[in-house]
Design a protein around this ligand. Structure first.
Ligand code: MG
Ligand code: MG
Length: 270
């Protein structure tokens, strides 16, 4: 069942999303070579709780941490631990906040120190995939329009689109209907209507799209060992178009500006 959210509920998800965005911003700014990934988890949990939220991931199906930290060939669901970040690593950070019973979910991938040009391009294209998908979230469009936009942009650059993991509805629970694949056909899938809240989260690989799961039962890695990137926002469909509920104040994709509710920008270029 697909749930449409009331204005009051959307406001609650937005308040949760502000915490998620703020803590992701702190983590982006803190991550540096020499830091163990479990330190990021400590900062994240404290940051979420200090702002009145609860880390949604902690204990979710037994996940042991407040953030997923996925480095280089790790696609998603990496467990923070003793790994020490190195110059040139690609670092994906994914976190969720529950506030007053409402969930927000967002992820970013950043370069630690100086990354190679191919790695930077993978980051840029994956973030563009997210924004192109978000731009499709207009009333009357379909879930398949989002996936088609993501897939087209990724594949145009020769990248792989992970099939096994998908975006999702989000609200009272982290994972609600509908599923939001990062591939698909225009005009297919459920209709988008005002009040629908989705987490859109392209997972894009530098090489082949095949993935495997490590022995820890969580960490998803590329089968060929090549890099992966992951960006995610929680977005609501409104009468006036998509509104990102996890928008950050810094380090955001330039086109995200266009989705600010107070922006008067022309969306046509997206
Ligand atoms: Mg997430
Ligand atoms: Mg998600």
């Amino acid at each position: 069942m697909i749930t449409l959210r009331s204005a009051r509920e959307i406001e609650a998800i937005r308040r949760s999303g502000k915490i998620t965005a703020a803590v992701l911003t702190v983590l982006m700014q803190m991550a540096r070579p020499g830091m163990a990934t479990r330190e990021l988890d400590r900062i994240a949990e404290r940051g979420i709780r200090e702002r009145g939220g609860v880390p949604t991931f902690k204990g979710y199906r037994g996940f042991p941490a407040s953030v997923c930290v996925s480095v280089n060939d790790e696609v998603v669901h990496g467990i923070p631990g003793t790994y020490v970040l190195r110059d040139g690593d690609l670092l994906s950070i994914d976190l969720g906040t529950t506030l007053d019973g409402y969930v927000s979910d967002s992820a970013i991938t950043i370069g630690v120190g100086t990354v190679s040009q191919p790695a930077q391009q993978l980051l840029d294209v994956t973030q563009e995939c997210l924004m192109l998908g978000v731009a499709k979230m207009r009333s009357g469009a379909h879930v398949g329009d989002i996936g088609a936009a993501v897939q087209e942009h990724a594949e145009r650059h020769g990248y792989g689109v992970v099939r096994e993991l998908v975006g999702h509805g989000v609200g009272r629970e982290m994972h609600e209907e509908p599923q939001v694949p990062n591939y698909g056909r225009r005009g297919s899938g459920p209709l988008l209507r005002p009040g629908l809240v989705l987490a859109v989260e392209p997972m894009i690989t530098q090489g082949d799209r095949a993935i495997v799961i490590r022995e820890d039962g969580w960490t998803v890695v590329t089968a060929d060992g090549k890099l992966a990137a992951h960006f995610e926002h929680t977005i609501v469909v409104t009468e006036r178009g998509p509104r990102i509920l996890t928008l950050r104040e810094v380090g955001e994709h330039p086109s995200a500006e266009a989705f600010r509710p107070d922006a008067e920008r022309n969306m046509a270029a997206l």
